[in-house]
Design a protein around this ligand. Sequence first.
Ligand code: NAD
Ligand code: TYD
Length: 353
Amino acid sequence: MILVTGGAGFIGANFVLDWLARNDEAVVNLDKLTYAGNRENLAAVMDDPRHVFVQGDIGDGDLVSRLLAQHRPRAIIHFAAESHVDRSIHGAEAFIQTNVVGTFRLLEAARAYWVGLDAAEQAAFRFLHVSTDEVYGSLAPDEPAFAETRRYEPNSPYSASKAASDHLVRAWHHTYGLPVLTTNCSNNYGPFHFPEKLIPLMIVNALAGKPLPVYGDGLQVRDWLYVSDHCSAIRRVLEAGVPGEVYNVGGWNERPNIDIVHTICALLDELQPRPDGRSYREQITHVKDRPGHDRRYAIDARKIERELGWRPAETFETGIRKTVRWYLDHPEWVARVQSGAYREWVRTQYAHG
Ligand code: NAD
Ligand code: TYD
C-alpha cells in the first residue's frame, strides 16, 4: 500500500480518487483537515476498504511512525501543505510549521521506518515530495521557462517554505540515502479546487453575482495544469523516476490571469447565461495587487517527457471547460466549503479592493 499525506485537499483528493479508480493497491490517507481539507472530496471512497483515512498532523512524529509500522507502505506521497500565497502573506506561522517542520518530521519518521526494511524493500521504497514551480521565483517576459537546474529564488512566505522543504528532502537523500523523488509543478486547476484560488474563486463569484477581483493589471502569467494530468505525472514519477532526481511538471499552457478570467466568463455566458442576458465580464474589477506578486511562472517540462515519457493529456480549452462544468454540476459542494471560516477569509482579503 501507499501512504498519502494531505489527501483531503485539492490535488491529494484527486490523486486518491484516481489511484483507487485505477488499481487495487490500498491508500492510507493522513490529513489534518485544515480549512483546505474536506472529507467530502473523498465521499466516493470513504466506505472503500482500500482507503484508510486518518485525521492527524504530519508534524506528529509518533503518529506517523505508528502508521508506517502498522501499514508498511512501499511509498509516501507527500501533498500535505499550507498552499495559499495570500494566506502566507497574512500569516506565515502555519506555513513554517507544516511545510518546513512538518516535512522534517515526516522525513525523520520515513527514514527510521526505511532503515528497518529489508534490502529489497529499501530499494523499492520511495518518498515522493510534491512541490511547486514557485520556488524558482519570477521570470521576465522573455526568459526561458524554469528547468530543474534553475536556481531557487522564492519570493513569498509560501514559496520560501516550500523551497525549504525541497532542500530538506534533497538533504535526506544525499545524507541518509532515503530514496526521494521531487516534483515541482505549475498551477493546477480542476474539480475540488478550494474557491480561494483564482479559477474556482472566479467561477463561484461569477455565479453568485459578485465582483471578479483581478489583482493589479491582471497581466501576471501562470502555467496551468489540469489536476488529473498532475496525478498521472506523479504516478509516472513514482513508477519510473530515479531516486534523488527532480522533475518539473507543467501543462504547456502559459496564460495571463486576465485571459483566464475572460475564458471563464465566456464559458459561463455559454453554459449558464446571466438572467439579465449580460456577460459575466461586467463583474470583472481590478483590485489592489498582491505584495511582492510574482510576474510570471513557466515550466520547462521536457525532462519528464524525455526521461519518463509523460505529457499532459488536456489542453487548457478542454480542461477549463471540464472544470467550469464540474462547478456548475456541484453547487452543494461549493455551498458546503463556503463555511464561516471561508467567509471570514474573503472579508479579510478583499475588504479594501
Ligand atoms: P490544499 O491546500 O488544497 O490541500 C492541502 C491539504 O493538506 C489539506 O487537505 C489539508 O487539510 C492538509 N494539511 C495541511 N496541513 C497539514 C498537516 N500539518 N498535516 C496533515 N495534513 C495537512 O493544497 P493542494 O492545492 O492540494 O496542494 C497539494 C500540494 O501540491 C502542496 O504541497 C502544494 O504546495 C503543492 N502544489 C500545489 C499547486 C496548486 O496549484 N494547487 C501547484 C504546485 C504545487
Ligand atoms: P492563485 O490561484 O492564488 O495561485 P498562485 O498565486 O499560487 O499562482 O493565483 C493565481 C494568479 O491569480 C496569481 O497571479 C494571483 C491572481 N489572483 C487574482 O488576480 N485574484 C484573486 O482573487 C486571486 C485569488 C488570485
